[in-house]
Structure formats: C-alpha cells, structure tokens
Design a protein around this ligand. Structure first.
Ligand SMILES: *Cc1c(COP(=O)(O)O)cnc(C)c1O
Length: 501
C-alpha cells in the first residue's frame, strides 16, 4: 500500500514539482492532511499535555540544512508525527487547563482554509472588497451580540477591526491618543504622557507602552487588594491622576480589565470611566478572555459601563471557537486611529479610497498587509449561531463550577478567589501543610508534579503574594470526565506530597 502511494506521487512528481498550486495534487495532499489532523484530534489524549522535551531537542533530530531535492508529503508527515508532535504542548487537548485556552472548531478551521486558499492581502478596500466589507459586517454583528453601545458600531459612527493580538490593540489605541494629545500640547511633551492601569493588568500593556515611546517612569500600575477582589479602585485612580497633574504630567490613557489573567477580576468600568472622562483620558477596556462570555445575558453585566470607554477589545482566539489570531477591537472614534496610523503611498492610490466611501483597514492597524480573518469568524458565527455559542460558554462555566464543587468536598483544598467565569484559582490550604513547609512552595511543587505527569496542564499565578493553581476550563474537547480526572490528579499528587495514602 505504502509503496503504491509513493509510486503515485513519483509519477505525478514532474507535474506537481512544476506547479506548486496544481489543483489535483492539492486535492490529494489536502485530503491526506485533513486525515492526519482528524487522527490527531481523535488520538490527542494519548499525548502528555505539556510537552516533555528538553530545550534544543529538535536540532538533534533534524538535518543541518534544507533538502536540495523535493520530498514527498508522506515522508514529511511521518516526521511531523515522529519529531514535531513530541515538542507540541497540546492546546487542543481536553486535559488542557493552562493559561487561557485557545479553542478551535471545525467552522474556524474551514474559515482558515478559505482565508489561506484565497490568500488575499487586503490592506485596502480595492485589494479585496469582500475582505474589508465582511470584516466590518462581522464586527457589527459581534458588537450587537455583546450589546455594545451603537457608538462602537459602524452603523453608529464607530467601528471594529480584527487585530492579531491584544498587544496590537493596546499599541494602536495608545498611538491614536498619543498623537491626538501631542498635536494639542506639542511633540516636545512626549515625556509627560502617563498611562494608568492596575497591578493586575496584562503585562502586554507595559510592552505596548514601551513601543509607543511613553516614558517607563510614567507607566502607573495602581496597587489593588484582596479586600477589593483585586479591582482597580476609582479613588486610587483619581489620587494617582491628581499627583501626576501636580507634578506637571499629562494623563493620557487608562486600561481597565474585564477578567484579569491572574484571577479573572473585573474592574468597575462605569466609575473608572467617569473619573477618566473628567481628565480627558482615553479608556480602553481589555476583555481578552472574558469578553466572549458577555454574549450570554447572565454575564453581560460585567460590561456595564463600557459605554463610557473609547475602545474595547476581546480575543476571539481564546474562548470563542476561533483560533489564533483574532483580536476584535472596537473604537468609538475611528478617525483617532486613522489619523495616527494612515499612510498614503502613490502605489495604493485608487478611486475607492479617494471617494472616502470605504474603510482601508491598513490605517486601523500596525502592519500594512492583512489576512482575511473575518472569514473564520463569519463561519463560526453562522455555523454555531448565537444560541450554540452561548451553550458552549455556559458548558465551560458549569464544568468550572463542578470543579469547585469537587474541591469543596476535600477540606484540604481551598478556592482562593471568587470565580467569575470558567477559571478556578485554588491551592492546598495552609492548615494541612506541615509546619516547616512554605505554603507557596508546597503548591508550586504540587503543580510541577501534576504537569510533569502529562495527565493535565495547569499554570499558576501569584496574586497578593498568594501562589494559586489556575484551572481554566475552555478547551473545545473538554467534558466532565476530564474535569473529574483533573481533580483526581490533583488529589493523587497532593496525597503523594502530603504522604497520606
Ligand atoms: C491573554 C490576555 C492578553 C494578551 O492577549 P494577546 O492577544 O496575546 O496579546 C491581554 N489581556 C488579558 C486580560 C488576557 O487574558
């Protein structure tokens, strides 16, 4: 059998070698790849979730330089199985509970295939009108699903764009307001601009601040406290702003978070926006993880107050059945973005742009070239509909609740922070840890022992000095039995460390 297949590809070799887009060869190899991936999904549970290779493992296995002559796909796929899969940490595994998941779906997959098939480079409208128009439509659809105020939608004077990452959304909105502010106060005042956030804000804001040329000394992560569920307190914000004004600085930008990475804390958007508005500060709401959940009426209240913000983003590539990369960003004032990010080279001049009737998304993002990402979101929204997307999110939340319930049945564990979505932060309680052992250290060892087993993958966070194990339910393939297994694994490894068998 194997030989026959090989002969076939050798016979056709002359054709396929001449034409890298030969449609019959594409059909043959494409089906083979789909079969390979389907087998991968079917067998995914046999692999250790967190890759167990050592740094540099791949260099020992692969040749030192690229092949001179073509190799058949059969051989390459064998090497994927043999050399690449061992170095994969299996994000699509039902036993993946680490970070925040990036959950895929068939609809997304097919959308990605279409995107790659067309392989358009839709920097402006004329470069592929459908790419731009579908993106605008899908962003309006999504905005309505989230009940964003109409001022964020194209139909209401705002608009949405798909970025590669939240980091990019931070950087572009930060640049938009930086340019606007400097045009008023003078470019020589760049060093005076101040950016506010909480000490729970995602670390990529700091990176964006660095790239945007804001002085690192003017990056203000405001301290939060457990007593306040690690929310950014509006009064602390006001205090920081007043101190900066007294020092002659210029408040510029505030990032609020709905669903922080460490503990899924939710900042009080309304009161924070009120304070920011008094001082003319741009407010960005980062709901990278939790935003998608707000299509469920029971979670929408977490976005209350978003109407006071200038921009809002969430990552469909976390909890929305859409794979990396797909960060959805809405702004109320697109001209703030385009004023800061436009370029008008002669080669891109065209009548549509001149007519000002179209969106040219190159002016809404960092890069010039852009993929037709809207296709995958469109396929996801159509294939599952709002109803199934809600069910899917609710399913994960129920499983997280179930995990909490399991923990509650074993007095040695404690849930450390209140659960808002589908992530549980827990640890072995200090009361059962032998006196001479450090609580944080004990839990660190427990987590490493769980992850080294390969049976599940979770990561930790340190919030308010407390080391917690985070269990984020959200992989597409996760079912109750996987959550039960994860709990059993936690118990078994805790037993071993506590020497209670
Ligand atoms: C994951 C996450 C980010 C970073 O998202 P990228 O798309 O990887 O830049 C930002 N904020 C929060 C709250 C997150 O959970």
């Amino acid at each position: 059998m194997g030989d026959l297949k090989l002969n076939h590809s050798v016979e056709n070799g002359s054709v396929s070698r001449l034409n890298p887009l030969d449609h019959e060869e594409f059909r043959r190899q494409g089906h083979m790849m789909i079969d390979f991936i389907a087998d991968y999904f079917q067998n995914i549970e046999i692999y250790p979730v967190r890759s167990q290779v050592k740094p540099g493992y791949l260099r020992e296995r692969l040749p030192e330089s690229a092949p001179l002559n073509p190799e058949p796909i059969e051989t390459i796929l064998k090497d994927v199985q043999k050399d690449i899969i061992p170095g994969i940490t299996h994000w699509q595994s039902p036993n993946f509970f680490a970070y925040f998941q990036s959950n895929g779906s068939i609809a997304n997959f097919l959308g990605e295939m279409l995107c790659t098939g067309f392989n358009t480079v839709g920097f402006n409208w004329i470069a592929s009108p459908a790419a731009t128009e579908l993106e605008s439509i899908v962003m309006d659809w999504l905005g309505k699903m989230l009940k964003l105020p109409s001022s964020f939608l194209f139909s209401g004077g705002g608009g949405g764009v798909i970025h590669a990452s939240t980091c990019e959304a931070f950087l572009c909105t930060l640049t938009a307001i930086r340019e606007k502010k400097l045009s008023i106060i003078g470019r020589e005042n760049l060093d005076k601009l101040v950016v506010y956030c909480s000490d729970q804000t995602h670390f990529s804001l700091k990176k964006s601040v660095q790239i945007a040329g804001i002085s690192p000394e003017n990056f203000r992560p405001i301290v939060t406290a457990k007593s306040n569920s690690f929310q950014l307190c509006p009064e602390s914000l006001r205090l920081a702003i007043i101190l900066d004004l007294e020092a002659g600085l210029v408040p510029l930008y505030l990032c609020c978070t709905v669903g922080t990475t460490s503990s899924t804390a939710v900042d009080p958007l309304g009161p924070l926006c009120d304070v920011a508005q008094e001082y003319g500060i741009w407010v960005h709401v980062d709901a990278a993880y939790a935003g998608g959940a707000c299509i469920c009426p029971e979670f929408r209240h977490f976005l209350d107050g978003v109407e006071g913000a200038n921009s809002f983003s969430f990552n469909a590539h976390k909890w929305f059945l859409t794979t990396l990369d797909c960060c959805c960003l809405w702004v109320k004032d697109p001209s703030a973005l385009t004023n800061a990010l436009s370029t008008n080279p002669e080669i891109l001049n065209n009548q549509a742009t001149e007519s000002k009737q179209v969106v040219d998304y190159k002016d809404w993002q960092m890069a010039l070239s852009r993929r037709f990402r809207a296709l995958k979101l469109w396929l996801v929204l159509r294939s599952y509909g709002v109803a199934r997307l809600r069910d899917f999110i609710r399913g994960h939340v129920k499983m997280a609740k179930h995990f909490e319930w399991l923990l509650a049945g074993d007095k040695r564990f404690e849930v450390v922070f209140p659960r808002n979505f589908a992530m549980v932060c827990f640890r072995v309680s200090p009361s059962v840890i032998p006196n001479d052992e450090d609580v944080n250290e004990f839990n660190r060892n427990l987590l490493e022992s769980i992850n080294a087993s390969g049976g599940a993958y979770m990561v930790h966070a340190v919030v308010g000095g407390v080391y917690v194990i985070r269990l984020a339910v959200g992989a597409t393939l996760t079912e109750y039995r996987h959550v039960n297994n994860a709990f059993k694994l936690v118990q078994d490894h805790a037993n071993a460390l506590l020497c209670t068998f």
